[in-house]
Design a protein around this ligand. Structure first.
Ligand SMILES: [Zn+2]
Length: 347
C-alpha cells in the first residue's frame, strides 16, 4: 500500500483492532492474566510542566495518568505489593480478579510527593525499589546525571553538542551518533566500564556546568520510612544502581547483600524483593541475589509470569503513557488492554 496512506490510516486501524479485541473479550486483561502474576513498572510521577524538564519523559507519568492506570487496575485486577502477592499466588490463592503488583523503581522523591496520594485514593499498596548508596549520599542516579547533562548540551545548542561528543569520544564512545544524540550518549555510556563511566560523568558535569533541580532528588531515609510505615513494601534496587553483569564478585555481593543490610538497618524490617538496575541480569547476578537471601527479584523483561517463572527473574510490564494512547492522544482502555495482552499485532 502507498506508504503515506498507510501511515495515516495505521492509528485508525490500530484503534479499531484494539476496540474489537476488547469488545470480543480476546484482550480482556482479567481473563488473559488469570492464574498469572502481572507486575506493572513505573518510574517517575511528575506534573506535566516538570515532565517536560526531565531528560526521560518516556518513563514519567503525571499524577492524572497514574490515576487513570490505577482505575484500570482496580477494574481488572487484585492489586498489591510484590512479596505479598507473590506469596499468595505461590500458595495457590485464586482471586476473582488476577493478581497485579505495582512497582516503582529508583526511589525518587516524586514517588512520595505525587505517587503516594494517588495510590491512597485506591487504597493500593505498592513496592518501591531503592538504591541504598544513593540515598545515603543524597546523590542523583548516574543515568539521570547523564540525562541532565545531555539535556543541558541540547539547550546550549550545536556547539555544546559537538563538544559533548568530542568528550565522549575520548572515553571510547563513537563521535557519530546513529540515533538521537541523547540516546546515543546514554546507551553507549552503559557499555563502558563502571570506572570509566564515573570519570566520564564527572567530565561531562564539568564541561556543561550541569545543575540538578530540587524536585529531581531522591527520597531521604525518613521519607522512605514514612512510605514503609504506611504499608508499602520497600525493595532493594542495589547500592549504586550498578549494571550487575559488569560487576566483579566482590561488587556483586556489595550491591545485593549490603543493600539488603542497609535497608534492613534503616527500616527495621526484612527486605525480600530485589530489582536489577536497568533490568540487566545474568546467571552470576541471579546467584548473588539468591545468596543474599531475597525471596524474589524482578527484571525489565516484558511479560506476565506463569507459575513456573523463576522467582529471581520475574517479568514485568513497563507502563508508559505514550504507548497506550489512541489516535487522539488520549489514554485508551482498549489500547492498554491490547498492550498488556501481549498480542502485539505489529501495527
Ligand atoms: Zn532503576
Amino acid at each position: 500500500m502507498n506508504q503515506p496512506i498507510l501511515k495515516s490510516i495505521k492509528p485508525l486501524l490500530r484503534d479499531l483492532l484494539a476496540n474489537g479485541l476488547l469488545l470480543s473479550e480476546i484482550s480482556n486483561p482479567g481473563k488473559r492474566a488469570k492464574g498469572k502474576l502481572t507486575i506493572a513498572t513505573f518510574h517517575r510521577v511528575l506534573p506535566e510542566n516538570l515532565r517536560q524538564q526531565y531528560p526521560y519523559p518516556g518513563i514519567c507519568v503525571t499524577p492524572e495518568e497514574l490515576r487513570w492506570f490505577c482505575s484500570f487496575f482496580a477494574h481488572y485486577f487484585s492489586v498489591g505489593s510484590i512479596t505479598n502477592l507473590n506469596q499468595r499466588w505461590q500458595s495457590g490463592e485464586q482471586p476473582n480478579k488476577p493478581f497485579l503488583a505495582i512497582t516503582f523503581d529508583d526511589g525518587q522523591l516524586d514517588n512520595l510527593q505525587y505517587g503516594l496520594p494517588v495510590l491512597d485514593e485506591f487504597d493500593f499498596k505498592a513496592t518501591f525499589y531503592i538504591p541504598a548508596s544513593n540515598i545515603d549520599e543524597a546523590s542523583i542516579l548516574w543515568h539521570d546525571r547523564i540525562g541532565y547533562c545531555t539535556l543541558a548540551a541540547r539547550n546550549n545548542g550545536e556547539k555544546s553538542i559537538r563538544k559533548t561528543l568530542e568528550l565522549a569520544q575520548s572515553f571510547g564512545i563513537p563521535a557519530n551518533p546513529t540515533s538521537a544524540f541523547e540516546n546515543h550518549i546514554i546507551q553507549h555510556s552503559k557499555r563502558i566500564s563502571p570506572e570509566k563511566r564515573k570519570l566520564f560523568i564527572e567530565a561531562l558535569e564539568s564541561l556543561l556546568q550541569t545543575s540538578y533541580p530540587e524536585w529531581g532528588r531522591l527520597m531521604t531515609w525518613d521519607e522512605i520510612r514514612l512510605m514503609h510505615q504506611q504499608g508499602h513494601e520497600i525493595g532493594s534496587h542495589s547500592m549504586t544502581h550498578a549494571l550487575m553483569p559488569q560487576c566483579n564478585d566482590q561488587d556483586l555481593k556489595f550491591e545485593t547483600a549490603e543493600s539488603k543490610r542497609r535497608l534492613e538497618t534503616e527500616l527495621n524490617t526484612e527486605i525480600t524483593s530485589f530489582c536489577y538496575p536497568n533490568g540487566d541480569c545474568d546467571a552470576r547476578s541471579v546467584e548473588a541475589v539468591l545468596q543474599a537471601g531475597y525471596q524474589n527479584a524482578v527484571t525489565t523483561q516484558w511479560g506476565k509470569n506463569q507459575l513456573n517463572q523463576p522467582h529471581f527473574q520475574l517479568n514485568r510490564c513497563d507502563v508508559n503513557t505514550f504507548n497506550n494512547w489512541n489516535r487522539k492522544q488520549q489514554l485508551s482502555t482498549a489500547r492498554f488492554a491490547l498492550r498488556l495482552s501481549g498480542l502485539q499485532p505489529g501495527l
